[in-house]
Write a protein that binds this ligand. Structure first.
Ligand code: MV4
Length: 447
């Protein structure tokens, strides 16, 4: 097991990882920018190293500074959290070259999944159902027209170097195709330095369902069920659930089994998330994330398993603490992402939190790095906390969520809490009846 882990992140996830390290008796080092000297995880860590000024590229993305902090403190592993360097293959390779363990998959697995064409080709080869479309990159208009005609309109053009919604263009008919292909490719070249694009059938009203997987480092794979993350705004998730209100146990076991086998065959190590669009009872692979995700706590709530403990165990060569048959799904969990933003316009609202009071009681978890008197710096993303509620079933979970939202107090800044108080009372949400476009339509109506 590791002696000392360096946490290369900030905010609630740095604290989340720190808690796991403490429980495992592992010493902790945090790195932070000058803007984060007052952060909770800096106070709670055994050691801290200031690695630079506020801009991320000079601190949380500065690989050399982070490697130097490892050398100075004698850290034997790095947990990257999510965002920042968590899916940077070069970072994983550099750490390996320094004999420091990257708590995550190999640089090569990160690289495969970062290239969306390569990821899709790999998924298909491993028996994962994919969205119908081109087999690889599409360059000429004639080929694009042939493929689009074959799969049928509407189609979507995606950048291979994109992902998470960046660099996509929809063509409703053949008349739109030429411009869509041209602009998608030009924009991808400018934004990512890679103009490769591919074509898929455009699914009009899918849900976003993602399967949590783990490779144990010994060639075995398991799944921890799915999360439904359909409630998004501009590709930012707002509300996540486990399990998906749309799936039954049979569908869960089927897609979970496919994903677990794929992870085993790939020889993947650590946590991963296989993302699907789900429409009319069918799953269509879109991307795989090779990191721990923001919404991992809903999976922890229904399985009772600490996924960061598992990441650390696997990275240290100790394997998973559970086998597939030990993983049982109990009840239902919902996560609300609490952002320091205006709840209608989503404009960031940094500043001082004058009062912070979190809900408690059975089935409530709040993951947050903030406290009363804390000043939110303006340099980073606006997530200030996550409310995770667990109940024996979805109805109990929703009742408990309503109660927890009533107790939550954040004064001094604007937050997205009022949005959640509206959503929890909405009939479609109560019925679990929503797709990836539901939230944007709802927000447009409310204006
Ligand atoms: C799609 C799609 C419809 N059809 N692909 C957006 C983010 C990226 N992960 C994939 N995305 C989409 N891919 C096909 N073939 C619709 C989206 C999409 C979306 C997906 C998940 C959650 C929210 C979304 C919002 C708009 C579009």
């Amino acid at each position: 097991m590791f002696q000392k882990i360096l946490i290369a992140n900030r905010g609630e996830i740095a604290l989340r990882v720190l808690r796991a390290c403490k429980e495992l008796g592992i010493q902790t080092v945090v790195v932070h920018s000058t803007a984060d000297a007052d952060a909770m995880h800096v106070r709670l860590a055994d050691e801290s190293v200031c690695i630079g000024p506020p801009p991320s590229r000079d601190s949380y993305l500065n690989i050399h500074q982070i490697v130097a902090a490892c050398e100075i403190t004698g850290a034997d592993a790095v947990h990257p959290g999510y965002g920042f360097l968590s899916e940077n293959a070069k970072f994983a390779d550099i750490l390996a070259a320094h004999n420091i363990t990257f708590i995550g998959p190999s640089g090569d697995h990160i690289r495969i999944m970062g290239d969306k064409i390569e990821a899709k080709r790999t998924a298909k080869r491993l028996g994962i159902p994919v969205v119908p479309g081109s087999d690889g990159a599409v360059t000429d208009q004639k080929e694009a027209r042939r493929i689009a005609a074959e799969i049928g309109y509407p189609v979507i053009i995606k950048a291979s170097a994109g992902g998470g919604g960046r660099g996509m263009k929809v063509a409703l008919t053949e008349a739109d195709l030429e411009v869509a292909l041209q602009t998608a490719s030009t924009e991808a070249g400018a934004a990512f330095g890679d103009d490769a694009v591919y074509i898929e059938k455009y699914l009009e009203k899918p849900r976003h369902i993602e399967v949590q997987v783990f490779g144990d480092g010994f060639g075995r794979g398991v799944h921890f069920g799915e999360r439904d993350c359909s409630l998004q705004r501009r590709h930012q998730k707002v509300w996540e659930e486990a399990s998906s209100p749309a799936l039954n146990a049979e569908e869960r076991a089927r897609i979970g089994g496919i994903c677990a086998k794929a992870i085993a065959d790939l020889g993947y190590s650590g946590a991963g998330t296989i993302e699907f669009l789900y429409e009319n009872g069918e799953f269509y692979f879109i991307e795989m994330n090779t990191r721990l995700q923001v919404e991992h706590p809903v999976t922890e709530a229904i399985t009772g398993i600490d996924l960061v403990h598992e990441q650390i165990r696997v990275a240290s060569g100790g394997g998973l603490s559970v086998k597939q048959e030990d993983i049982k799904f109990n009840g239902h969990a919902i996560e609300c992402r609490i952002n320091a933003e205006d709840p209608r316009t989503f404009t960031p609202s940094p500043g001082t939190i004058t009062h912070f009071h979190t809900p408690g009681g059975l089935g409530i978890r709040v993951d947050s790095g903030v406290y009363s008197g804390y000043k939110i710096p303006p340099y980073y993303d606006s997530l200030i906390g996550k409310l995770i509620v667990h109940g024996r079933n979805r109805v109990e979970c929703m009742m408990r969520l309503r109660r927890a939202l009533d107790e939550f107090v954040v004064d001094g800044i604007k937050t997205t809490l009022p949005l959640f108080r509206d959503l929890v009372g909405n009939a479609d949400i109560a019925n679990g009846d929503y797709d990836i476009h539901w939230l944007e339509k709802y927000l447009a109506k409310e204006e």
